[in-house]
Structure formats: C-alpha cells, structure tokens
Design a protein around this ligand. Structure first.
Ligand code: UT7
Length: 331
C-alpha cells in the first residue's frame, strides 16, 4: 500500500495511431470542402481512421502496451484501469474491461470515464486521487476513440474535424516529494448538452429506424458555440490551476492542450501570455481525437525530447458536456 504522502508520478506513456491516413483532399472527395478551408479554419491537414474491425479497445490496448513497456513495470502490478472514451466498443461492458482482457492484466478495478474530450485529463486526476488514497499501486489511464464510426459523412461542418487514435499513461508512486501530479482541477456545465452530442443510442432516443433515418446516431455540433465556450473554459481552467498550484505561467516549460482547433489554442496562449513555442501542437496530423488527444500529444512530447526532468507541464482540455479539466505535472 502507498503512503498517502507519496508523490504520484507518470512512469510511462504510449500512443497508437491507426495506419490509414486521410488527407483534407481525401475529405474533399466525400463532402464539399477544401484543404484550404480546413487548414485556415482549424489547422488540420490530415487525420487517421481506424481499419474495418479495428475497435476503440484495440487502439486502447496498443497504446497501453507501449505505456507499460515505457514504464518498465511488470503488467501484473497494475491494479486500476481507466479508459476515457465517448466511442466505446459497446455501451457495456466497459472498454476498460475489454482492455484488461486483451492485455491479460490482473482482474483489478476497471471502468470507463465519459467526459468526452476532457476524459483523459479527468482520468489522470481520478487516478491520482485513487493512488493517493493508498488503496491502489499502479494505474493505467487510456484515452481512446474511434470517432470515424460516429461521424456523419454528409455533414461537412463536423466530419472534417475528427480522427481516431489512443494515448495512454502508467501512473505510480514515488518517494521523491514535490514531483509528478502536483495539482488538478475539473469542471462541468450540463445546461446545454445539445451543443455537442450524439442524440440517439441511449435511453432518451433508443436506436431504431426513425433515429437512423434522422441521422441522430451521428455526432452533432454547434461549432460556433463550442468554439466560444472552449476559449473561455480552457483559459479559465488553466488560470485556476496556475493559481491553485502557485505556478507562474512564465515557469511553464510546455502546455499540452486538447487538439481541437489551432485558433482555440492560439487564443489560449494569448490569454496566458506565453509564447506559442511553449505549446505542443500535433492537430495538423491527427485532427481532433477527443479523449485520446492529450494522451497522444503527451506521449509525442515526451518521446520527441520536448519534456525534460524538472519541467512543469500543464495539460488542459474541454469537451462535450460541457466538461473541462487541467492537470499540472512536474517531471
Ligand atoms: O473537442 C471539441 C470539439 N469541437 C470543437 O472544438 C469545434 C469548435 N468549433 C470550431 O472549431 C469551428 O467553429 C469550426 C471549425 C467547426 C467552424 O469554423 P467557423 O469559423 O466557426 O465556421 P462557420 O461554422 O461559421 O462556417 C463558415 C462557413 C459557412 O458558410 P456560410 O454560411 O458562411 O456561407 C459554412 O457553411 O463555412 C462553411 N463550412 C465549410 N466550408 C467548407 C462549414 N464547414 C465547411 C467545410 N468546408 N468543411
């Protein structure tokens, strides 16, 4: 059992992107759009789509396998599995249970987190608290999405934005104080769920011929409204966490924001007054991968040398709900 006073640290990270690259020009073959419009409005150049039969759990397991290897731990040490996703393999059982089985992990606590694009950041904060409780030793946190399965390829205002993939981290304890997960916050406002949702498939509108005909089983979004809210809550979550952890924005070595839109990220950097070089951006390659986005970005940042020992890194996300969250990591 951990001492409740141990630091909780990220021991390893991993990510997985499906092989199939879909460029903006490819999207222009499907809907009336152009590479110029997509790049100018979002910064996205291409995205990855999962293969037929390649499910969220498979991508989650692939990223998790890499994170476990990177952490250099024995997989049998994992006693908590959290999978953040809004595109689970099926409504139940959870994708976390499927990952447990696919990787042959111990029969431990395993559940999904549904906080849309904020899910991975929620997951890191939840895992940190559960490890701090002393009841768990090693946690696997995964963000994974197969958004291509819920996109409406007749709606150009949404289908060009999203992609598939997975990002994972293994968390454990350290006797070194003042390192690792030094603070986290989260929030939600459920008063306008319809601005970003998948209307059918749940208890409100069970799947049926009517819902299929009305295309209600696809992702729906009021892009302009989400954009406004995203700018507000990403900025607020970041400044709230900086205040809570007594960190100055100038002392942040890197910010890893949810990769939805370059213009949203630009306004965040302006609000925080930090140079754009201190922000990790990979949305040009993968589009918006929802719950996977911060996990993939964190893994790429670590393995490309953008994070060094002693660095302070702020991870921040927003998503459907509306949800938002941030977490501060000292490496
Ligand atoms: O993880 C959270 C998920 N969501 C987000 O983060 C999305 C946040 N919102 C956004 O990123 C932006 O609102 C969008 C990228 C979705 C849209 O950008 P916008 O600058 O808000 O464009 P708009 O919706 O105001 O559309 C401008 C024009 C419209 O034409 P008219 O009415 O001005 O003639 C649209 O019909 O662009 C048109 N349009 C397109 N044109 C070419 C919309 N989608 C496309 C498209 N290609 N794919």
């Amino acid at each position: 059992m951990n001492s409740p006073l141990s630091s909780i640290v990220i021991l390893g990270t991993g990510s997985y992107l499906p092989e199939r690259i879909v460029t903006n020009d490819d999207m222009a073959q499907i809907v009336e759009t152009s590479d110029e419009w997509i790049q100018a409005r979002t910064g996205i150049r291409q995205r990855r789509f999962a293969a037929e039969g390649e499910n969220t759990s498979h991508m989650a397991s692939a990223a998790a396998r890499r994170a476990i290897e990177d952490a250099g731990i024995d997989p049998t040490e994992i006693d908590l599995i959290l999978v953040a996703t809004m595109t689970p393999d099926m409504p139940f059982p959870s994708t976390a249970c499927l990952v447990q089985s696919q990787l042959g992990l111990p029969q431990c606590t395993a559940f999904d987190i549904q906080a849309a694009c904020t899910g991975y950041v929620y997951g890191l904060n939840i895992a940190t608290s559960m490890l701090q409780s002393g009841n768990y030793n090693k946690a696997l946190v995964v963000g994974a999405e197969k958004l291509s399965g819920i996109l409406d390829f007749e709606d150009r205002s949404t289908c060009v934005l999203f992609g598939d993939g997975a990002g994972a981290a293994v968390l454990g304890c350290s006797d070194v104080s003042g390192v690792g997960m030094i603070g986290g916050i989260g929030g939600a406002d459920g008063s306008n769920p319809e601005i970003l949702c998948q209307p059918a498939g749940g208890s409100a509108i069970p799947p049926g011929t009517d819902s299929l005909a009305a295309r209600q089983h696809f992702l729906k979004m009021n892009g302009k409204e989400i954009f406004k809210q995203a700018v507000r809550v990403m900025g607020q979550a970041s400044t709230d966490l900086l205040e809570k952890t007594a960190v100055d924005a100038d002392d942040l070595a890197l910010i890893i924001p949810h990769q939805a839109n370059l213009r949203i990220i630009d306004s965040l950097t302006k609000r925080l007054g930090i140079p754009v070089d201190n922000v990790f951006i990979n949305l040009q390659d993968y589009g918006n991968t929802s719950a996977a986005s911060v996990g993939i970005a964190l893994d790429e940042a670590r393995h490309s040398g953008r994070i060094k020992t002693g660095d302070l890194t702020l991870l921040v996300a927003f998503g459907a709900g509306l949800t938002w969250g941030a977490t501060m990591v000292k490496w």
